[in-house]
Design a protein around this ligand. Structure first.
Ligand code: BGP
Length: 477
């Protein structure tokens, strides 16, 4: 057992194409689902519009214009000392509608240039193929992943990327937070995850499971093909992890928490073991769900298992069993109660660093494969002082407390951890709200919720702090 992180530990930052690139129509890019989402606000969720409406504000259209600023940004990442950087490829830059016969060369070239710039600066790209987006055309024509024809369209897109970047990218992930859609009551998460736009009266839960299955098959086929293209590729899944605790020691609470974990994390079982857990199949039977699974699908799931689990960790949750909530309740995923032992962020996200150690141990005990923390961070309001400085000690505290727990999981518990890429290291558009003011960055970007600002980048206090953490490979926090 080592007493410190490995020498080649990946210290990075994580972002997603649609939240920072902007340039939504540049060089042949098509409209993606993220391009039709308006800004929300503290009291309102983001709205999904039917196509792009001239009088609406779509924050993703400009993002922080990373498309045109990436060289300057990568220079700051180098100064910070990053040796890795997680971003995604926008599917719509490569296949604008998702159905073209040939990929869009200008889109492919953009990522060639971006990856070259990262590599030239000693930064390894870590790439997600679909981070909360797909061509909007696939939503209007097929209803997103509810239609299995979308499987082949994704696999073709993945294959093009694997071939093109096979000598530049080593770490891949297929779908970002694929399990988020388990909360199918939330229009926004199912739309961003799998392009689902429900019609009144539909059985949302059953459709969500079908879309999830189709996406899992798409992921497995892509993974199998990726390994054939370059056997050195390490291809992972990406799971949104928030451990679900029982509110009390009442066995009913304990069992409810276990059931909620099962229903939220079966996606990892399929990715890692190549098959559905028995408990989920039995749940589908009890509910009378008929989820189409062909022989080929089941074979592909078996053959396309992942090399590591990438996951995001922001918070934990807790559940409480009462007479209104059965173990089979469709709404289990939305039944979280307050955990009074931990504080909350301004957006109500429970801040629980020890939950990260718990999550690392839970994944390790269950799956025994390497892990990669590909998102973690605190969304907060920042105040720019008269001299331009930003004193974000709350962010430093959050990151320090989580890194401490991460280190304990590695050094004391023996977790095999590839790296740590905190979310939104440079401020970007919030996925959940569409706002700029929910900031995660150690790099500040001058832009507000209404889209005003110079887009100038500057360092927050957390920049120098994180730089020192990386320099000492996490020894000095
Ligand atoms: C994860 C997503 C990211 C991201 C982050 C923070 O769920 O993978 O895309 O944005 O959460 O969420 P938010 O932006 O809503 O604060």
């Amino acid at each position: 057992m080592t007493n410190s992180l490995s020498e080649n530990f990946l210290w990075g930052g994580a972002v997603a194409a649609h939240q920072l690139e902007g340039a939504w129509q540049a060089d042949g890019k098509g409209v993606s689902v993220s391009d039709v989402m308006t800004v929300g606000g503290p009291d309102a969720e983001r709205k999904i519009t039917q196509g792009v409406q001239p009088d609406e504000y779509y924050p993703n259209h400009e993002g922080i214009d990373f498309y045109h600023h990436y060289k300057e940004d990568i220079a700051m990442f180098k100064d910070l000392g990053l040796n890795s950087f997680r971003t995604s490829i926008a599917w719509t830059r490569i296949f604008p509608t998702g159905e073209e016969l040939e990929p869009n060369e200008a889109g492919l070239q953009f990522y060639d240039d971006l990856f070259d710039e990262l590599i030239a600066n000693g930064i390894e790209p870590v790439i997600t193929l679909s981070h909360f987006e797909m061509p909007y055309h696939l939503v209007t024509k097929y209803g997103g992943f509810r239609d299995r024809r979308v499987i082949d369209l994704f696999v073709k897109y993945a294959e093009v990327c694997f071939n093109r970047y096979k000598n530049k990218v080593h770490y891949w992930m297929t779908f970002n937070e694929i399990n988020n859609q388990a909360r199918f009551d939330n229009d926004f998460v199912v739309f961003t995850n799998s392009g689902l736009d429900f019609k009144p009266g539909e059985n949302r839960e059953e459709i969500m499971y079908q879309a999830s299955h189709n996406e899992l098959v798409a992921s497995a086929r892509a993974t199998r093909i990726g390994h054939a293209i370059n056997p050195d590729f390490e291809i992972g899944c990406m799971i949104a992890m928030g451990p679900i605790y029982p509110e009390t020691m009442n066995p009913d609470d304990v069992l409810l928490a276990q059931k909620a974990m099962e229903r939220n994390y079966f996606y990892a079982d399929v990715h890692v073991n190549g098959e559905y857990p028995e408990s989920l199949l039995k749940y589908w039977d009890r509910k009378g769900f008929n989820i189409e699974r062909t022989e080929d699908d089941l074979r592909d799931l078996k053959q396309g298992t992942v090399d590591y689990i990438g996951f995001s960790y922001y918070m934990s949750a807790a559940v409480h069993k009462d007479e209104t909530l059965s173990f089979d309740d469709s709404n289990l995923m939305n039944s979280s109660v307050d955990n009074t032992y931990v504080p909350k962020s301004d957006w109500g996200w429970q801040i629980d660093p020890r939950g990260l150690r718990y999550a690392l141990n839970w994944f390790t005990d269950k799956y025994h494969i390497p892990l990669f923390i590909v998102e973690n961070g605190l969304g907060a309001y920042d105040k720019v002082e008269a001299d331009g400085s930003i004193h974000d000690d709350y962010r430093i505290n959050y990151l320090r407390d989580h890194i401490e727990q991460m280190k304990l999981a590695v050094t004391e518990d023996g977790v095999d951890l590839i790296g740590y890429t905190p979310w939104g290291l440079i401020d970007l558009v919030s996925a959940g709200t569409g706002e700029m003011d929910k900031r995660y960055g150690v790099i500040y970007v001058d832009k507000n919720n209404a889209g005003e600002g110079t887009l100038t980048r500057s360092k927050k206090d957390s920049f120098d702090w994180f730089k020192h953490v990386i320099e000492t490979n996490g020894e000095e926090l």
